[in-house]
Ligand binder design. Structure first.
Ligand code: NAD
Length: 337
């Protein structure tokens, strides 16, 4: 049985990915620090659900604690590591920047060290669309220059991409970096817009809409996203022997088994259309509090997903109205509202 170590397994994406991998017959070793960035009970519930499968094991530990991570990795000897644990959130990085350095820089370094020591078949790690920063030409594609990160969160993820490349090169460690675009769906994060909007609408509280609603996002439904990750697990990058081997449009490094892949829906949705769809699902209108653009935020994201499609044959497809329907149904059931 193939075994995958998933860091951040009690997190939103890690939970969904672990569920999918278990369904597909993998053994999953979950590792998560259960940090209190948002409601820990949600993380505990996710782990509890996963533990119903005998091929899942849950381990609580911090990425920064190399000993705990390393002893787990050496005892379990996974074939693959999917590194999702991180201090996430664009806005919180203005309040508590140090958490990003610790979890995302030191923590990711520790994961890479374990992957190197075990000579892992494939290391896959989460980056973000935020690395595109102030780039304006849309849709964003993996080959463009990304030099204008707007927050420390984005900067730590860009650093992770460089760190990953160096280890892939030095230790011949096949490494795929994902750039995720605004992921949403059931069991989603309480700090993200869909959760806050749904909560506000159902409780009659004001919802904050930034940049007066002139915002666009490529919203990616979590089930599609984890399907893409699962497929990418089977496509470890291979170091090319010469530059001619690299197909046009592929982000494969010329000197390392290393590739960056966007995972987005490939569509750009206006925030106000998204809000309207949530109102429709909730059967109530929102009390809207229009605000200026937030520091560090970007007005739009939109993924070119051609590379994902070319490598895996897969294209995320769930429309935002359907995804919102699933989320609101989960939210109402979970919180009894
Ligand atoms: P999440 O916060 O729900 O999950 C992250 C998990 O990591 C949490 O359960 C948390 O307890 C754990 N964690 C945080 N710091 C840790 C540490 N120092 N040691 C051990 N565990 C720690 O977030 P998510 O939305 O599931 O995001 C997963 C990954 O995807 C992250 O790397 C995030 O940066 C990236 N990402 C997410 C989105 C999105 O829209 N959700 C977009 C782009 C990138």
């Amino acid at each position: 049985m193939r075994k995958v170590l998933v860091t951040g397994s009690a997190g939103f994406i890690g939970f969904h990915l672990s569920q999918l991998l278990l369904e597909e017959g993998f053994a999953v070793v979950g590792f998560d620090g259960m940090t209190d960035y948002y409601d820990v009970r949600l993380k505990e519930r996710r782990h509890q659900m996963l533990l119903q499968n005998q091929h899942f094991s849950a381990h609580v530990g911090m990425l920064e604690d190399l000993d705990s991570l390393r002893s787990l990795a050496l005892a379990e000897r996974p074939n693959v590591i999917v590194h999702l644990a991180a201090q996430a959130g664009v806005r919180y990085s203005l309040e508590n920047p140090r958490a990003y350095i610790e979890a995302n820089i030191v923590g990711t370094f520790n994961v890479m060290e374990c992957a190197r020591e075990l000579a892992i078949e494939h290391l896959l790690m989460a980056s973000t669309s935020s690395v595109y920063g102030a780039n304006e030409v849309m849709p964003f594609d993996e080959l463009e220059r990304v030099e204008t990160q707007m927050t420390l969160y984005a900067a730590t993820k860009k650093a992770n991409e460089s760190m990953g490349h160096s280890y892939a090169h030095l230790w011949n460690l096949p490494t795929t970096m994902f750039r995720f675009f605004t992921v949403y769906g059931p069991w989603g994060r309480p700090d993200m817009a869909l959760f806050k909007f749904t909560e506000g609408i159902l409780t009659g509280n004001e919802i904050d809409i930034y940049n007066n609603g002139e915002m666009y996002r490529d919203f990616t439904y979590v089930t599609d996203l984890v399907r893409a990750i699962r497929l990418l697990i089977d496509v470890p990058p291979v170091r090319p022997t010469c530059a001619d081997e690299i197909v046009e449009g592929d982000s494969l490094s010329p000197v390392a088994p290393y590739r960056i892949v966007n995972i987005g829906n490939g569509d750009k949705v206006k925030l106000l259309d998204y809000v309207e769809a949530i109102e429709r699902e909730c059967g109530r209108e929102a009390v809207r509090n229009y605000l200026p653009m937030q520091k560090g935020d970007v007005p739009a994201t939109w993924a070119n997903t051609d590379l994902l499609n070319r490598i895996t044959g897969y294209k995320p497809h769930t429309g935002y109205r359907e995804g919102i329907r699933q989320f609101v149904a989960w939210y109402r059931d979970y919180y009894g509202r």
